[in-house]
Design a protein around this ligand. Structure first.
Ligand code: SAM
Length: 282
């Protein structure tokens, strides 16, 4: 019988976030495939575990993936862990999962820490619909092309970013979406110096270029979606955008809903409940 590949999430900063089920799984498997064995040893030491480790990272190539697959086919069980968070989310796990699925190997994914979810839930931006964009391309042309595709994206957008590229990325985001678009810069999540800066793209650029802020640590950028553009009759989403505009001009939520509903010929009641659902009035 073939073995199972377990995707085991590890803490993104706080070692206390490893779940009992993840610890049990690390203990019971025959071996652990690790993105960086030194990082994984810290987690294993914290749990008081010792296990055979195999290296599996972006540069270890097809050979190490094939070796892991062969061991699984021979009946061994394997836990895949990456440096932080959930394997296969913006890290090399994706490829190993694909190979296992192709070869009919059972894959189990354990729920646990994932930076994008922590950031989204902290952002204060709508969580009802969102799109995860991972890392933007490093090539300037490709990254601007990708941002151009997102110009009319109405869902909240989530990006991963490294500190040395933060300022360039903020500049590109401002150029693509405008200075008024809201952003939550979430850094060092679950760590001692966790910080969430809720601001606009214009202010974020100013803070990091003209101000005294220096990019430090790991970032997740959560960016507000565009107001929906439609040539058909206005929708309740259009109403919500108008309410936000009126609120920004200083109107109370109640008055803004009343006025937006009147302007767009929407039901006041429906708009009110939609705003509640979106949590936009908090
Ligand atoms: N698989 C991971 C997950 O589940 O989130 C993501 C791995 S990806 C290679 C690493 C990126 O995740 C970092 O560059 C950063 O954007 C984000 N990240 C990871 N840990 C973070 C933290 N503690 N605070 C903020 N961002 C973090």
């Amino acid at each position: 019988m073939t073995g199972t590949l377990y995707l085991v999430p590890t803490p993104i900063g706080n070692l206390g976030d490893i779940s009992p089920r993840s610890a049990e799984t690390l203990q019971k498997v025959d071996f652990i495939a690790a993105e960086d064995t030194r990082v994984t040893l810290k987690v294993l030491n914290h749990l008081g575990l010792r296990k055979p480790l195999a290296s599996y990272h972006r540069h270890s190539g097809e050979r190490s993936a094939a070796a892991i697959v062969e061991r699984l086919l021979a009946g061994e069980s394997c836990a895949l862990v990456t440096d932080a968070g959930t394997p296969a989310i913006s890290d090399p796990g994706e490829e190993l999962v694909r190979l296992c699925v192709e070869r009919g190997i059972l894959v189990e994914s354990l729920p646990g820490p994932c930076a994008l979810i922590v950031a989204l839930t902290l952002s204060g931006l709508p969580t009802v619909r969102f799109t995860f964009e991972g890392f933007l391309p490093t090539n300037k042309k490709n990254r601007r092309a990708q941002l151009a595709q997102l110009k009319n994206e109405v869902r909240t957008m989530i990006f991963y970013e490294a500190p040395h590229k933060l300022t360039d990325t903020l500049n590109d985001l401002r150029a693509a979406f405008g200075a008024d678009r809201r952003i939550a810069l979430c850094r060092e999540l679950t760590k001692l110096h966790e910080e969430v800066r809720r601001t606009t793209l214009g202010e974020a650029v100013a803070d990091y270029t003209e101000g005294d802020l220096e990019p430090r640590g790991e970032y997740v950028l959560v960016v507000e979606g565009a107001c929906p553009q439609t040539e058909d009759s206005p929708t309740v989403e259009d109403g919500a955008c108008r309410v936000e505009e009126l609120q920004k001009d200083g109107m109370s939520l109640r008055d803004a809903i009343k006025q937006a509903a009147k302007e767009l010929e929407l039901s006041k009641n429906e708009l009110y409940h939609f705003m509640l659902d979106l949590g936009r009035n908090s």
